[in-house]
Write a protein that binds this ligand. Structure first.
Ligand SMILES: Cc1cc2nc3c(=O)[nH]c(=O)nc-3n(C[C@H](O)[C@H](O)[C@H](O)COP(=O)(O)O)c2cc1C
Length: 180
């Protein structure tokens, strides 16, 4: 069975630059490694995400949570909100079973309005997936929104993303310990 890879964007609007990074990573995974990615975002989860517990989730929101839990790997794309990830993005992961992502490869990307918060990928996103004992790939990718103004990526970001894609593909279907 082919690996189930989910791209998950912490975006609640479309089009979204953070989704563009996930789409670029997905295109790279398809072209270079034959891996198909299903991309989801907060719009897919819908208003039914606003629940205190899993039992209260709407059907669509439950589907997004379950898709993430069942994924063999995740490609994350987040807009930067107040120097971190959006609260609703964290809410999704608050509802994920603590053991669900153990040893799963996770590719981290984020987009901010400027460049000052580029370390959000290292100081916010990576520790979140560290909690889950997931296997975040070494190269994380950050872009300022102006850098992907026309949908194409500057060469330096494209090269970083290609590195991250290759690392992610190497980890897919292997435990972190095996891949190291
Ligand atoms: C509530 C909110 C808070 C934001 N906080 C930051 C921030 O702290 N740092 C930053 O670089 N950009 C911040 N931004 C800008 C977004 O990260 C940026 O506009 C987004 O990633 C690009 O989205 P786009 O798809 O609309 O172009 C914020 C945007 C919003 C709506």
């Amino acid at each position: 069975m082919p690996p189930r890879v989910i791209g998950f964007c912490g975006t609640s609007w479309r089009p979204a630059k953070a989704r563009a990074l996930v789409e670029a990573a997905s295109a790279g995974l398809a072209a270079r490694h034959g891996v198909t990615v299903r991309i989801l975002d907060l719009v897919d989860a819908g208003a039914g995400l606003a629940a205190f517990t899993r039992d209260g989730l709407g059907h669509a929101a439950r589907g997004v949570i379950e898709a993430i839990e069942q994924a063999d790997g995740l490609v994350i794309g987040c807009p930067v909100f107040q120097g971190s990830y959006p609260g609703l993005f964290k809410h999704v992961f608050d509802l994920i079973g603590p053991g669900a992502l153990k040893n799963r490869p996770v590719l981290l990307t984020a987009v901010g309005g400027g460049l000052r918060h580029s370390l959000v990928v290292e100081h916010q996103l990576r520790p979140l997936f560290g909690f889950f004992e997931a296997c975040t790939v070494s190269t994380a990718v950050y872009a300022g929104s102006a850098e992907i103004a026309d949908g194409t990526l500057p060469p330096m970001i494209a090269a970083r993303l290609a590195d991250a894609v290759d690392q992610f593909a190497a980890h897919l279907n292997r435990d972190c310990a095996d891949a190291a």
